[in-house]
Design a binder for this molecule. Structure first.
Ligand code: 15L
Length: 274
């Protein structure tokens, strides 16, 4: 059985993934926070910002699912430490240890400044909506470098929102069920032809903003669709939500900045000269 190292294993996504993958892999769990272990799991605590810790936890793993880091927008020093330096440490420690395969938890916020009326695929240029989104673009590009330069197999998943059910209107477009997410992770761990890939970590949502043909090419067949929850979710939506959060795919992340005005990123409409 393969040994998979999961970083950030105590977090929400990690908890869903561990439950879905139980019994299929030896799960080695790493986090700076305490992890409550289930049967068959092994804990190796570590701080991703410390290279020595990462060298220790990565040793002899068959693949790494890198979920660790700051999971929302945060101050620059936090993002720099956990998401930029932390991500570099993972790739570099993996290279040093001969661990070839890394699944990187990128995010929909790497492309959050696309508009909801745009359908985007894995080839669009990134449009991060926050320092957090920017750190995800950094991780993807680090993966590209380590794939091209060192022959690593890198699978970047631009994750929407992993949950048992979509939480609100925006999530109807980006939701991913735990079992669909686990299916995608298994493709990332097992597919023989991965060099460098970007896929969207979303279910087969009718309202999706993504053309996920790259994931489908690799065999992804999502079983769930947020539409099954749409009526209930929309009935709960309250008026008065800041309309600017619906202007871009990133939702509230585009506003999470002092003095931020996301309408600046809208295409300029030229006024006609009279
Ligand atoms: C993310 O990337 C975050 O990690 C998660 O906490 C959610 O905010 C999610 O995006 C989302 O956009 O719903």
């Amino acid at each position: 059985m393969k040994t998979i190292l999961i970083t950030g294993a105590a977090g929400g996504v990690g908890t869903h993934l561990r439950r879905e993958l139980a019994g299929q892999y030896n799960l080695r769990l790493s986090d700076i926070r305490p992890v409550k272990l289930a049967a068959g799991e092994i804990s190796m605590p570590g701080d991703i910002a410390r290279m020595a810790d990462m060298r220790r936890v990565i040793r002899d793993a068959d693949a790494i699912v890198h979920l660790g880091g700051f999971a929302v927008e945060g101050p620059w020093d936090m993002i720099l430490r956990a998401n930029i330096a932390g991500c570099y440490n993972i790739f570099e420690a993996a290279r040093e240890n001969g661990v070839k395969r890394i699944l990187f938890a990128s995010s929909n916020h790497a492309t959050g400044f696309y508009r909801p009326d745009q359908t985007i695929d894995h080839r669009v240029y990134p449009k991060p909506d926050s320092r957090y989104g920017l750190s995800k673009v950094f991780g993807e590009q680090l993966g590209s470098l380590y794939s091209d330069k060192y022959g690593m197999q890198v699978f970047c998943m631009r994750i929407g929102n992993v949950n048992f059910a979509p939480a609100d209107k925006r999530r109807l477009s980006i939701w991913v069920s735990p079992r669909d997410f686990a299916q995608l992770v298994k493709i990332g761990v097992e597919h023989p032809e991965i060099r460098f890939e970007i896929v969207y970590g979303v279910s087969g949502n009718q309202r999706s903003w993504y053309d996920n043909s790259n994931a489908e090419r690799l065999g992804y067949r999502p079983q769930d669709d947020a539409e099954a929850y749409a009526a209930a979710v929309l009935a709960k939506e309250r008026p008065g939500v800041d309309p600017r959060t619906e202007t871009f795919q990133g939702g509230t992340f585009v506003l999470a900045e002092i003095g931020g005005d996301p309408s600046r990123a809208l295409p300029k409409i030229r006024k006609k000269k009279r």
